[in-house]
Design a protein around this ligand. Structure first.
Ligand code: ADP
Length: 246
């Protein structure tokens, strides 16, 4: 059996008196589309930050692609192939859609050696165009990012993450603030991306989660309450209770 792309073992983190993440372990196999759900304050964001290196765990280890990355800064983790798309924080609002993706593609391409600089530029442009096609923004390539709709800005943020050719993509509520049609389009896009990228996502909307994830971890008050297939999560009495009572 191949090693999981990501393993988190016994992750723990407190803030003052709040135990935000309490002894949480996760194993994400290559190719999975794994979701983390839980009410507000259950530790989802902190868990993501512990994985990406934005927050240091007080205990526990994180392994990514066969390497221990515990406590490594995100800049280094990203170069190893772990990308995140959180809200719209990575979009440069005054640059065009094309430039936003090209900058990310170019930054990632520094790890390759091209014998002729023109080959490097052509490869970056070709990769940028391919990413724009994939995220459905090829027709908006010359639009200034801040003029895009909210849904398209989120797609662009995803494109920026994809431009780095990640092995694992972390998505934080990819459909937050979206209309029903934007949500449906994003669900399709995430499914399509999962054909060649492993995805770990936080999502609040139960219907989205149940239609998309192959496995779900439910957090409650910093602890893992349950983990299983969507149909088992749906019928689990404690999960229903926690969701209904917030
Ligand atoms: P979720 O993403 O599920 O809403 P969070 O991981 O954001 O949950 O938060 C879990 C708990 O940790 C909450 O009680 C929150 O207030 C607390 N927390 C998170 N980050 C910090 C921080 N930087 N400082 C203090 N408390 C924090």
């Amino acid at each position: 059996m191949t090693e999981p792309i990501l393993t988190a073992a016994g992750l723990d983190r407190s803030f003052g008196g709040i135990h935000a993440v309490n002894d949480v372990s996760l194993e994400i196999p290559q190719g999975a589309l794994h979701a983390i759900i839980g009410p507000n304050g259950s530790g989802k964001t902190t868990l993501f930050n512990l994985i990406t290196g934005h927050t240091r765990p007080s205990a526990g280890r994180v392994r990514f692609a066969g390497e221990d990355i515990t406590g490594m800064p995100y800049s280094k983790v990203a170069r190893k192939g772990l990308a995140k798309s959180y809200q719209i924080t990575t979009v440069f609002p005054l640059l065009t859609v094309f430039e936003n993706v090209r900058i990310a593609a170019q930054a990632a391409a520094h790890s390759y050696v091209f014998w002729r600089p023109a080959d490097g530029i052509r490869a970056v442009v070709a990769h940028t165009e391919e990413v724009l096609e994939r995220i459905g923004l090829a027709g908006e390539r010359d639009v200034i990012a801040s003029n895009l709709s909210h849904g398209d800005q989120r797609r662009l943020d995803l494109g920026i993450a994809l431009a780095t050719s990640p092995r694992l993509l972390l998505l934080d509520e990819p459909t937050a603030g979206m209309s029903p049609s934007e949500t449906a389009a994003t669900v399709e896009l995430v499914k399509e991306l999962n054909r060649d990228v492993t995805i770990l996502m936080i999502e609040h909307k139960m219907d989205v989660i149940l239609s998309i994830a192959d496995r779900i971890t439910v957090l409650h008050q910093g602890e893992k309450l349950f983990e299983g297939a969507p149909e088992d999560v749906k019928s689990h009495p404690r999960v229903q209770e926690v969701y209904l009572t917030g």
